[in-house]
Design a protein. Structure first.
Length: 197
């Protein structure tokens, strides 16, 4: 019996744990869950180090494609959120009847262009906000499109995400965490709007 107890005391007890938060900057059981590197494991009473512990830390979701505009170098699991550059150079004459809805502050319209279309929101006076209609949550899905706007809030037709387009396009509802992509705009003296990136 003494030999068994002695062997148990000499055998290192390795405590392994996975992360409980994938975006945490804290270490869990010696594992750095932000960059996936292994700081080591706790033993009794020794401290051992390992070369790799990717399977021990929780997945870090994000865009893993370095060509995307929202590439996350810390992500180790692609979540289909990659957004790719898209050239936009659109001119619209706000005097034309098809844009008459924009004459009222607080109104918005959808036009062609961008990745999935463009939303133009008319703020107060000559203040406008211009966004892409592509939802920031899983933007590669074909249904990931803003399909309605109500009181300055844009709603995705694919998920429960909502965005405050009367401000900066920030996400109001999960699952989206990122804002809508914004476009630059200018308005000349003839009331012609130039939308560009």
């Amino acid at each position: 019996m003494k030999k068994l107890i002695y062997l148990l005391l000499l055998t290192p007890i390795i405590y392994l744990s996975s992360c409980s938060k994938s975006n945490s900057t804290e270490d869990y059981a010696g594992y750095n869950c932000v960059d996936g590197s292994c700081l080591g494991v706790f033993t009794n009473p020794q401290y051992l180090s390992l070369n790799s512990c990717d399977s021990l830390c929780a997945s870090i979701f994000g865009c893993t494609d370095p060509l995307a505009t929202n590439f996350n170098p810390l992500a180790n699991t692609d979540d289909s959120s990659c957004i790719y550059p898209f050239y936009v150079n659109v001119y619209i004459d706000l005097n034309l009847p098809e844009y008459s809805d924009l004459q009222i502050s607080g109104s918005s319209i959808f036009i062609e262009g961008g990745v999935e279309g463009i939303i133009i929101y008319h703020g107060i006076g000559n203040d406008y906000k211009v966004y892409d209609r592509n939802c920031s949550y899983e933007p590669s899905l074909s249904c990931s499109v803003i399909d309605s706007v109500n009181s300055g809030i844009a709603f995705c037709g694919c998920c429960t995400s909502a965005f405050l387009i009367s401000n900066t396009g920030e996400a109001l509802n999960a699952p989206a965490l990122l804002p809508l992509k914004t476009y630059n705009w200018s308005l000349n003296g003839s009331n012609v709007m130039h939308i560009y990136n």
